[in-house]
Ligand binder design. Structure first.
Ligand SMILES: [Zn+2]
Length: 211
C-alpha cells in the first residue's frame, strides 16, 4: 500500500489537491521516482467538480458541443458539460453538450462507434486528459478528432508538461513547475534499478498497481 505522500494544492484553487507518492515505479516506457495520483480528482465528486470549474473558466466564450473525456476523466467531463451549459454561462448556456469517450482499437488508434460519431463530426470539441507529458497521447487524440471531422475547440489536462499543442493552448491545473522534483529515466538507465532497489509498482493511466 502507498502510505507516504506529499499533497500539492493547485495554485489557482487550493481545494484541488494532488497526492504525490515518492517511490520507484515503472510506466509503459520509463521508470519514475514519483507517482502523481489522479484518482481522488477523477473519482471524488466534489474535487472533480472543482477541477471542472477551473477548466470551464477558460471556455466562457468558446462554443462547445462535445466533451471528449480521455484517461478516466468522465466525471470531470460531465461537470464541465453541466457547468458550460448552465444558465448565465455565456455562449454555451442551454446547449445540449455530450460527453463521449472513444474506444481503443487493436492498432492502438482511438475510434468512435457509429452512434457516437455524430457528436464529433462538424462539432466543436473540448478534449480532457489526465496527464500530458510528451504530448504523444494528445497528438493521437487530436488526430482522432480530425479523422471524424471535429473541430478542436480546446484542450484541458489535470497535469501538463507542455503549454500548447498544434497552436492550441493546454489549460492545465498543474504544470511542470508545480511538480519540479519529478524525474524519469529509461529503464536501462534508472539509478534506482542500478542501486538494486526493487520496483514498488506499475503506473498506468488508470492508476497504481502494487507488485
Ligand atoms: Zn528503475
Amino acid at each position: 500500500m502507498l502510505t507516504h505522500y506529499v499533497t500539492v494544492p493547485a495554485k489557482g484553487n487550493r481545494r484541488i489537491k494532488l497526492n504525490i507518492y515518492p517511490g520507484h515505479y515503472a510506466t509503459s516506457h520509463a521508470h519514475v521516482d514519483n507517482y502523481f495520483s489522479m484518482t481522488e480528482m477523477r473519482t471524488d465528486c466534489v474535487m472533480a467538480e472543482e477541477a471542472a470549474s477551473e477548466f470551464v473558466k477558460q471556455f466562457r466564450y468558446t462554443p462547445v458541443d462535445t466533451v471528449i473525456s480521455l484517461e478516466y476523466t468522465q466525471i470531470i467531463g460531465a461537470f464541465v458539460a453541466k457547468e458550460l451549459s448552465s444558465p448565465g454561462r455565456d455562449i454555451n448556456s442551454g446547449a445540449d453538450i455530450h460527453v463521449v469517450t472513444p474506444q481503443i482499437n487493436s492498432n492502438n488508434q482511438l475510434m468512435f462507434p457509429s452512434d457516437m460519431q455524430p457528436y464529433v463530426t462538424d462539432k466543436n470539441v473540448l478534449l480532457i486528459l489526465s496527464t500530458v507529458s510528451t504530448g504523444r497521447s494528445l497528438a493521437r487524440a487530436a488526430e482522432c478528432v480530425r479523422y471524424y471531422g471535429g473541430k478542436l475547440a480546446g484542450i484541458c489536462a489535470i497535469f501538463s508538461a507542455i503549454d500548447e499543442s498544434g497552436g492550441i493552448p493546454i489549460q492545465a491545473i498543474f504544470h511542470r513547475s508545480d511538480l519540479a522534483s519529478y524525474n524519469s529515466w529509461r529503464s536501462d538507465e534508472c539509478p534506482m534499478c542500478k542501486a538494486g532497489r526493487k520496483i514498488d509498482g506499475l503506473v498506468t493511466t488508470g492508476g497504481y498497481t502494487e507488485i
